[in-house]
Design a binder for this molecule. Structure first.
Ligand code: AMP
Ligand code: GLY
Length: 425
């Protein structure tokens, strides 16, 4: 069976790696892929911002199944386009992906379906922002409505700052595109958790939870990034909390989307804040997370194809996703300057073929130039390890990263710090 994966980051490398383990799979193609994916699958170029080009690749490759990794193809309607052509595809339709692509939609949906989330106001003008700000205490959170790759959220210490952030979103100064809607949100305090559920339009089945590290600097300092590392452990989520989130968040999403006429199929990634008032949803994503997926797939014992098939064939209720006991971690090696400006094309040294069964170096942004592996993105490598406990997994991953170098390489040395601190309590 031939599988096609759309995307070219660390998440897609991990997906290709997991798919290749399935006995039914004979060939994996990745579009566009990257320097690391090219070592385990055939890569074919495509612009993931170009719907017609992606459809053309699927039509030419004729895979038994297409798996969509990133959010942009979902937002463009790739799943709809393939379904119209009667091609088998894993992921939500454009309308269902609105849970991720529009924060205003997601907030209204949560309110209507009684899903716990922060108080909010959707504003279309700066006057409205000023009017609404009065009823929020500070800090207050200002969010751009659309996809912003982690850059559309500003936590403001004063109302003046919030006004300025909203003004920059409306004018296009912040994100390069002018926002027509800006969301004001109550600031939530607590620990963040990424909770993943598999959905088939009618049922939501829990997969696993992971914790991301969004800030670039150690001790959670500096600007937000796409994610500098993640870990997943047995202890991150108690069985009772897992059940609670499945019932009160994921299943409510599936029920609500179904009754709206937009059945939700694919991965529901719930960004949760564990607050003193209980778990609250920060955001939804409608795809696997990056770097959470690298950590989760290293622990997953269930064949990943079973997840895709259960979602498409609408029998997820029969599926139980099994994870290896213990812990896994993923540490991102990023280009110097990321998440700001950074250089690309730097040669990467010290990468062994395959360090050991429990350590995999997934590639986030690499390319092959003149036969040499070079950097080709802000996030470059995702060093991922699995073991019987978090400390062991961290030791393995950090031992591996110590062998790797490229000019300007930066990484956080404190991945998993919250869990390690909890262990000491
Ligand atoms: P989002 O894209 O909505 O997940 O926001 C990105 C990050 O901003 C989150 O992972 C949080 O760290 C932070 N954030 C978003 N909304 C809030 C909120 N209401 N309170 C506190 N932090 C938030
Ligand atoms: N790690 C966060 C994301 O994938 O959006």
């Amino acid at each position: 069976m031939k599988i096609l994966v759309i995307g070219g980051g660390g998440r897609e490398h991990a997906l290709v790696w997991a798919i290749r383990k399935s006995e039914e799979v004979t060939e994996v193609v990745c579009a566009p892929g990257n320097g690391g994916i090219a070592q385990i699958a055939r890569c074919t170029p495509v612009d993931v911002n170009d719907l017609a080009a992606m459809v053309a690749v699927v039509e030419a490759e004729k895979p038994a199944l297409t798996v969509v990794g990133p959010e942009v193809p979902l937002a463009l309607g790739l799943v709809d386009a393939l379904e119209e052509r009667k091609m088998r595809v894993f992921g939500p339709t454009q309308a269902a992906a609105r849970l991720e692509t529009s924060k205003a939609f997601a907030k209204e949906f949560m309110q209507r379906n009684d899903i716990p989330t922060a108080a909010y106001a959707v504003c279309t003008t700066l006057d409205e922002v000023r009017e609404q700000l009065v009823r929020f205490s500070v800090p207050v959170v200002v969010k751009a409505d659309g996809l912003a790759a982690g850059k559309g959220v500003v936590i403001c210490e004063t109302r003046l700052q919030a006004e300025a952030a909203a003004a920059q979103m409306f004018s296009g100064a912040l994100l390069g595109t002018q926002e027509t809607e800006v969301v004001l949100e109550e600031f939530l305090d607590g620990e963040e958790l990424s909770f993943f559920a598999l959905c088939d339009g009618r049922h939501a089945v829990p997969i696993a939870a992971a914790q991301d590290h969004k800030r670039v600097g150690e001790g959670d300092t500096g600007p937000n990034t796409g994610g500098m590392g993640a870990y997943s452990t047995d202890g991150l989520l108690t069985p009772a909390m897992r059940q609670w989130l499945t019932k009160n968040v994921a299943q409510k999403v599936v029920d609500g989307m179904k009754s709206d006429g937009h059945a939700f199929k694919g991965i529901l990634f719930c960004g949760i804040m564990m607050t003193a008032r209980g778990p609250m949803v920060l955001e939804f994503n409608t795809r696997f997370g990056d770097p959470e997926t690298q950590a989760i797939l290293m622990r997953m014992e269930t064949d990943v194809l079973d997840l895709f098939n259960a979602s498409i064939d609408e029998n997820a209720a029969q599926l139980s996703v099994k994870m290896r006991t213990g812990a896994s971690v993923c540490i991102i090696a990023a280009s110097g300057g990321y998440p700001g400006r950074y250089a690309s094309g730097k040669p990467i040294h010290g990468l062994d073929e395959q360090p050991s069964e429990d350590v995999v170096v997934f590639h986030s942004g690499t390319a092959i130039k003149d036969g040499q592996l070079v950097t080709a993105g802000g996030r470059v490598l995702a060093i991922t390890a699995v073991d019987s406990d978090l400390r062991e997994a961290l030791d393995k991953a950090y031992a591996e990263i110590a062998k790797i170098s490229f000019e300007g390489m930066q990484y956080r040395r404190d991945i998993g710090h919250r869990a390690l601190r909890q262990e000491q309590l």
